[in-house]
Design a protein. Structure first.
Length: 86
């Protein structure tokens, strides 16, 4: 199953841009997960300041952060992908 396959000298620019968009869409959740999973390594860094204090206390995201919705969503997607691949 492939959405936009990448083939040498046969990939359209729209397929390439779609794949780049998927990577960019996944980059922020991965950074957030790494900050939450390894807080000792990220202490006193800019990303810890941004994710740990500024984004954490935004009115819209407070519910999601206090109930760990992002972590459960990441684990659900991982589980579904694992089931799909096997």
């Amino acid at each position: 199953f492939q959405i936009h396959p990448m083939k040498l000298n046969k990939t359209y620019m729209s397929s390439f841009m779609f794949n780049v968009g998927l990577i960019l869409l996944c980059a922020l959740p991965v950074v957030q997960f790494c900050v939450a999973a390894f807080p000792d390594y990220a202490r006193y860094t800019n990303i810890s300041q941004v994710m740990g204090t500024q984004v954490h206390y935004l009115k819209f995201f407070t519910f999601f952060w206090t109930n760990n919705i992002f972590v459960y969503a990441l684990l659900a997607v991982t589980g579904l992908t694992t089931l799909f691949l096997f």
